[in-house]
Design a protein around this ligand. Structure first.
Ligand SMILES: *[C@@H]1O[C@H](CO)[C@@H](O)[C@H](O)[C@H]1NC(C)=O
Ligand SMILES: *[C@@H]1O[C@H](CO)[C@@H](O)[C@H](O)[C@H]1NC(C)=O
Length: 409
């Protein structure tokens, strides 16, 4: 009996240790903290799979718990006045400096991450970042609560953001908040970086309207090639394994699992998207050092006429080749008059090469780009600022990002 419980106990401990322990590269700082953090994410992901399997709640519905866990009610403090508003029907959280200024202010429109399916501008790390920008730049921050997939597939999240940006840029609105029309930036992390890049392009295309800057933090830039060297190298890395990123991508467009399976196999390209593969050719756009041990092979293109029965997917599945979802898919002529850019990438991130390819393409088109690559960085690192999942690297990233905004906005 006693032996039995000992055996059970040992089995339980080794299972737990095995669950938590994951081969994380030596050079990543605070490795054990990251392993523990990640075991929580993995555990929740398994629970979400299980729940979906049993037909209880869909996968993203369970994963949304992450968002709820960190949600706060944004309140005004000593230095920052916080209000919740609706801009053209879309919820925003508006942060303004309390101190009266006699000059017009800078503004940052911020878009949170979470794979278009999770996250909120009301999560404590985003709330904290917004206050940080307000106090350090004496700026106005507009944090957009765009609607999320899967209840709201593409283009809803994108369009919500675009509507807010256009509403904010109206002369009367800028005057109301004492914002200098010549000093406005759009910024975001991960899926938020994707939305930021996409609206910046769209504004330029439709209005020739120049934002002063765009600041993209480990952005998602393209859905055509999900086997770039960084996708391969980091497929099991903490926080954002390849499976989860592919899941986010497919759920952005459709709840039809056929797209998820095709994207997992990188065989989702069709006749229509194949002409755009040249824009995501990593053999051409990644500096040699980032090729690592991988050899280029173009994604398989599944034959089809681009008709509605193509690869057995519905029409919305094919939106992955829309540049409003994959901002890398535009020709150089659509890039050259974009505002200057800040792009942050992390070594241990499936999205590393997305960001680096955009750096190369923007520079080739003549755009001024500051590229900060973190050798020890992992996806999502900059938002790990709140105890108990606070990481030193998050502080360094935040400092450098704000420093860039101070100087360039
Ligand atoms: C990708 O770029 C390489 C040169 O860097 C070229 O040889 C290859 O044909 C290109 N492939 C595609 C699909 O554009
Ligand atoms: C890449 O190509 C080189 C030269 O053709 C070959 O030696 C190497 O094994 C290839 N690497 C992989 C990972 O396939």
């Amino acid at each position: 009996m006693r032996l039995g419980s000992v055996v059970l106990f040992v089995a339980f401990c080794s299972f737990t240790a095995h669950y938590i322990y994951e081969p994380i590269p030596e050079e990543i700082e605070e490795r054990w903290k990251l392993m523990l953090t990640n075991s929580f994410f993995r555990g929740l992901s398994h629970l979400a799979d299980f729940s979906e399997l049993l037909g209880l709640k869909d996968y993203m519905g369970v994963m949304y718990f992450i968002t709820l866990l960190e949600k706060v009610v944004p309140l005004s403090d000593e230095h920052v006045s916080v209000t919740e508003e609706k801009f053209d029907g879309v919820e925003v959280v508006l942060y303004q400096p309390k101190q009266e200024g006699h000059e017009l202010r800078r503004a940052v429109i911020y878009l949170h991450g979470g794979g278009w399916c999770l996250g909120s501008s009301r999560m404590s790390p985003y709330d904290l970042l917004a206050r940080n920008i307000v106090t350090q730049l004496d700026a106005v921050v507009l944090s957009v609560e765009y609607r999320l997939a899967p209840p709201h597939h593409f283009p809803v999240p994108y369009e919500d953001v675009y509507r807010v940006v256009k509403h904010f840029l109206q002369k009367g609105v800028l005057t109301q908040y004492s914002v200098d029309p010549g000093r406005i930036a759009v910024s975001g992390d991960s899926a938020g970086g994707n939305l930021a890049a996409a609206v910046t392009q769209q504004l330029q295309k439709e209005h020739g309207q120049q934002l002063k800057a765009q600041a993209l933090i480990y952005p998602v830039m393209q859905a055509l090639d999900l086997n770039t060297p960084s996708y391969q190298q980091n497929q099991d890395m903490p926080i954002l394994p390849r499976t989860l990123m592919v899941r986010f991508w497919s759920e952005y467009f459709t709840s039809d699992k056929a797209l998820f399976r095709a994207m997992m196999a990188n065989t989702h390209n069709n006749y229509e998207s194949s002409n755009l593969l040249k824009f995501v050719n990593w053999s051409a756009f990644l500096p040699e050092t980032f090729h690592r041990k991988y050899n280029y092979s173009a994604p398989t293109v599944v034959k089809g006429d681009g008709g509605k029965d193509d690869v057995g997917m519905d029409g919305s599945s094919r939106s992955f080749a829309d540049p409003r979802a994959s901002p890398l898919l535009v020709p150089d002529t659509a890039l050259h008059s974009l505002p200057k850019a800040y792009i942050l990438t992390c070594e241990y991130d499936v999205l590393r090469d997305d960001g680096i390819m955009y750096v190369t393409r923007l520079r080739a088109a003549g755009v001024e780009v500051t590229h900060e690559h973190y050798d020890k960085g992992f996806h999502g690192a900059m938002m790990f600022t709140v105890w108990p999942t606070d990481f030193l690297i998050a502080r360094r990233m935040t400092d450098n990002y704000i420093k860039w905004l101070k100087k360039n906005l």
